[in-house]
Design a protein around this ligand. Structure first.
Ligand SMILES: *Cc1c(COP(=O)(O)O)cnc(C)c1O
Length: 454
């Protein structure tokens, strides 16, 4: 019998089952949930090599789950990945001496679909089984909202409420949310900034009475199932190479690259992980110096990476501190009270390398890669391509492509100098009827909207 429990990085939560971890999101002690043990795939690598993405998902995901039968998990995985445009879900492309791992062939054209499609199926299974209903609340500056909606639209046991800053998300990204006709989807255009939306989200979840009474759930990358789904493509791309590969990952909340770190710890043949940030460089500075210092958020052409405090960083820190919750809590308390915390020395460069790429470099890379190869990279992907060029890693490098270029047409077209970034699915949204409610940035207004519309 396989046994898998989830523990909190902060060490003050009773171990949870997988299903409870998925429904709970953030641990009650304020920490993040991680598996109590990390499975070792080293003995099986030969048999995992050559599997399709979906086959590999069916081999990997069950290792972290002991409360859903393997046969049921297989069905959920099949259902999650049938809506992708590629039979094999993801694709490796050679571009100028590196491999690009395209993860954006799902319903909303961003890598977040890989995890949120599976999370949607997991929610559906768990809620049906428990005869329960969930209200999902999410704050988005763009990609997360549409991918979360695509994961749960039409489900009878879920209502999803997506808050975004009114007038401050791109018109295409707004259409990807507001044109969805399903009655369980509620788009809230908040009269405020993205920070206001995140503050509202926190305030709603901090009202524990409301949270429990209304069965509120979270789909941001603190949810363990998102990390789990992402481990699969690191394994897949590493096994496609004859020698260990390094991954270069455009990073915001550290969820994507953290999945790569776990894949490495599981024994997949992974050499280094390159953390590529934009001007919001708190993480690249940390990996270079060991100092973790909060700055002001800068707004860039890679909005999904305009983040200062990365929620999944805590999961990495927990392992880096050898699972010592007391040391972790001390570090986080320092950071919380002073805006700065530091390690004795930075993590070894044997695993993580990091660099920050500015807007000019990002635009240059989009232009140069397109000119040299015809390949069109979205700005987030280009941050990774630029970092990989700069760091000159020995051995094969896989750059993670996180979004389709047509999601960010203004920057991509400007970089290339002509109109090139287009996707038929996005074009088809223009002119469709939209639904959304404008609400004030007020927590009571959000709560009463949820109560009235569930
Ligand atoms: C969310 C997102 C990222 C950042 O991923 P994290 O897991 O938050 O590090 C990068 N690129 C795109 C296009 C995204 O949507």
């Amino acid at each position: 019998m396989r046994v898998m429990r989830y523990v909190s990085t902060r060490g003050a939560t009773q171990p949870l089952t997988f299903q409870d971890a998925v429904i709970t999101g953030l641990a009650p002690d304020g920490g993040l949930l991680v598996p109590a043990t990390i499975p070792d795939v080293t003995p099986e690598l030969a048999s995992l090599k050559g599997l399709s993405f979906v086959e590999l998902a069916k081999a990997i995901v069950p290792r972290f789950v002991d409360d859903i039968p393997d046969a049921v998990l297989s069905e959920l995985i099949d259902a999650a990945y049938q809506n992708f445009d590629l039979t094999d879900v993801v694709r490796l492309q050679g571009v100028n001496g590196v491999q690009v791992l395209e993860l954006f062939h799902g319903p909303t054209l961003a890598f977040k679909d890989v995890a949120l499609q599976l999370l949607g199926k997991l929610f559906e299974h768990i809620l049906t089984h428990r005869d329960a209903h969930l209200n999902v609340l999410c704050a988005t500056s763009g990609d997360t909202g549409s991918a979360a909606i695509a994961g749960v639209r039409g489900q009878a046991n879920i209502d999803i409420f997506v808050m975004y800053p009114y007038g401050r998300v791109s018109p295409l990204q707004e259409l990807q949310m507001t044109t969805i006709p399903d009655r369980n989807v509620h788009c809230l255009a908040v009269e405020g900034s993205f920070d206001d939306c995140q503050a509202l989200l926190k305030a709603v979840f901090n009202d524990l009475d409301f949270k429990h009474r209304m069965s509120m759930a979270a789909v941001n990358s603190v949810n363990w199932a998102r990390v789990l789904a992402q481990i699969v493509y690191y394994g897949y791309a590493s096994l496609a190479s004859e020698v260990p590969v390094s991954f270069c990952v455009p990073t915001g909340n550290f969820g994507n690259v953290f999945a790569g770190y776990l894949a490495k710890r599981m024994g997949f043949p992974i050499d280094r992980l390159i953390v590529a940030t934009n001007e919001n460089d708190i993480l690249s500075v940390f990996f270079q110096t060991g100092v973790y210092r909060r700055g002001d958020v800068q707004f860039t052409i890679t909005p999904a990476m305009d983040i200062q405090v990365a929620s999944n960083f805590e999961r990495f820190l927990y392992y880096h501190l050898e699972e010592d919750s007391n040391a972790l809590v001390a570090f986080m308390d320092d950071f919380q009270s002073t805006g700065e915390a530091r390690l004795e020395q930075p993590p070894s460069e044997d695993v993580f390398l990091a660099t920050a790429v500015d807007t000019a470099d990002t635009m240059d890379v989009i232009r140069a890669v397109h000119k040299e190869t015809g390949y069109l990279a979205d700005p987030h992907t280009a941050v990774g391509l630029s970092a990989a060029r700069r760091l000159k890693i020995a051995g094969p490098v896989v750059c993670i492509a996180t979004a389709h270029p047509a999601k960010f047409p203004e920057s991509v077209d400007a970089a290339v100098g002509e109109h090139v970034a287009e996707h038929p699915r996005l074009e088809a949204l223009k002119g469709l009827p939209t639904r959304r409610t404008v609400v004030p940035a007020d927590v009571e207004a959000i709560k009463s909207y949820i109560v009235a519309n569930t």
